[in-house]
Design a protein around this ligand. Structure first.
Ligand SMILES: C[S@@+](CC[C@H](N)C(=O)[O-])C[C@H]1O[C@@H](n2cnc3c(N)ncnc32)[C@H](O)[C@@H]1O
Length: 465
């Protein structure tokens, strides 16, 4: 990485020209990560405004000593030290491959939610300055430019930034979208932004910990009153019977093209239920969820801090019917607010007190949904905030449609058959989610569970995501 030293006191014009250089390098097809740019970060907006009033056009960045060396921000901005706790080299190399972007871009429900959220918010994007944190192929930046944004800063630390520039140019959006290659936390920006767009979402919502970079961007680069796309997210957790998964991965061995291969079933079973291994699997049928889920984590992106994020503990007490119980699944929803009004016709089934909001259906289409206030707490994605009619939700819950994130399964060490006469059986315990201190893109999930069967069965599992 090239260190640009002695650059702590820059005028806006100089910084703009460096931003230009970053963009230009992409055109040359230079595929080496050499252009991370290090400066002191500019001070927060109110501070800058004061400075600008005193000395128009000139900001004294030397006074910007507000990066706390003990904070997480510092850690994430300076990972090139003794240890790369964010595994940046490996992480950004993986995002330099087309295949990973293929998986995301052609996940039709994922890409559709961003496409609709942005392109159906034209009133909102018009003439705004946007930051796309982790632009990848540049797809979301291009959506923003087409929705009327005045300028879009498209940032990515992986080599995919060069490809983003090709996409931007090919679509004639080069005057609006400025591609910047480098880790967001290392780049100095010439201005504050009105909107932050980012697809930071990992498996189990928080895997990869990219949300930290979005929080960083929010705290350092978003104008007061600025908006995040998406703005809210929640993670859910519930008990499941995933017979279809067992069928596919274990029982299928019983008859293979007329051969009896059932002798392999125990090995398949053992491997499948190996401790500490989570599985990603799309549960097609919502009835596989055996009780109302708990809301494990809510994320209001306008408020959440990195510190708040690092640990979650929750108790649960599910009541499940007789039958098979295989363990637990987790899924999430994300919400975009601020969409333009009247995007779709009001469903005819709607009553006076119901309101509409929007969802991405199984086919990846935006559809209006009628919603009663008393339903907010029901279903597989209970809402933790008051829905407004201009809100769009992407749910990854069982039955709501497949995505590349699927659901995360925490399978029980042994398949359990619950038979408790007429009563439902209590499955209670605690789930604890902690960031891995040394490899901060990873998370530990600890489950301490009591199945009130006869006799009561207790178990503890620690999974690494
Ligand atoms: C999940 S992908 C999303 C790509 C693209 N926005 C899309 O929707 O298809 C996340 C991208 O963010 C980039 N990224 C993650 N953290 C970053 C950071 N702190 N600075 C710059 N790029 C980052 C990764 O290299 C990756 O290309």
């Amino acid at each position: 990485m090239k260190m640009v030293s002695g650059e702590v006191s820059k005028t806006k014009d100089t910084i703009l020209s460096i931003v230009g250089e970053i963009g230009d390098q992409g055109n040359e097809g230079n595929n080496e990560i050499t252009n991370d740019v290090y400066y002191e970060l500019p001070p927060p907006p109110d501070f800058v405004q004061e400075q600008i009033q005193e000395e128009p056009g000139k900001t004294n960045f030397e006074q910007a000593e507000w990066v706390d060396p003990n904070s997480n921000y510092y850690a994430s901005a300076h990972t090139e030290g003794v240890q790369d706790t964010y595994e940046d080299v490996e992480y950004f190399s993986s995002y330099s491959k087309m295949s990973i972007h293929h998986e995301m871009v052609f996940d039709k429900r994922r890409t559709a939610v961003y496409f609709h959220a942005i392109s159906k918010s034209k009133d909102f994007f018009k003439d705004k300055v946007v930051l796309d944190v982790g632009c990848g192929t540049g797809i979301l930046s291009c959506f923003c430019a087409k929705a009327g944004a005045k300028r879009v800063y498209a940032v990515d630390a992986s080599d995919m930034a060069y490809n983003a520039e090709l996409v931007v140019e090919r679509n004639g959006l080069g005057d609006i979208v400025k591609v910047m290659k480098g880790k967001l936390e290392h780049i100095a920006f010439p201005e504050y932004v009105d909107i932050i767009v980012s697809e930071w979402i990992g498996s189990f919502l928080i895997f990869e910990s990219m949300l930290e970079s979005v929080i960083y961007a929010r705290d350092h680069l978003l104008k007061p009153g600025g908006v995040l796309f998406p703005s809210k997210a929640a993670l859910y957790f519930g008990p499941v019977n995933v017979e279809s998964y067992y069928e596919k991965h274990i029982n299928q061995w019983e008859n293979v093209f007329g051969l009896d291969m059932s002798c392999l079933v125990p090995m398949a079973r053992e491997e499948l239920l190996e401790n500490k291994t989570i599985r990603n699997y799309y549960i097609e049928n919502s009835t596989a969820v055996l009780d109302k889920p708990i809301t494990l984590r809510v994320l209001d992106l306008n408020k959440i801090t990195i510190k708040d994020l690092s640990k979650t503990v929750s108790n649960f007490d599910f009541k499940i019917p007789n039958g098979k119980f295989h363990g637990f699944a987790a899924w999430f929803s994300i919400w975009f607010e601020n969409l333009d009004n009247n995007l779709a016709d009001r469903p005819s089934t709607l009553e006076k007190d119901d309101f509409i909001y929007y969802v991405i259906n199984k086919e990846g289409e935006l559809v209006a949904k009628d919603y009663k206030h008393d339903q907010m707490d029901k279903g597989l994605t209970p809402k933790f905030f008051e829905l407004k009619s201009n809100t769009l939700e992407l749910s990854t819950a069982p039955g709501d449609g497949d995505t590349h994130w699927k659901q995360v399964l925490f399978l029980h060490p042994v398949e359990k058959h619950i038979n408790n006469q007429d009563e439902k059986t209590s499955i209670s315990g605690t789930i604890r989610v902690c960031q891995n201190y040394h490899y901060r893109r990873h998370w530990f999930v600890e489950l301490s569970v009591s199945c009130k069967t006869k006799p009561t069965h207790h178990y503890y599992e620690k999974y690494l995501i």
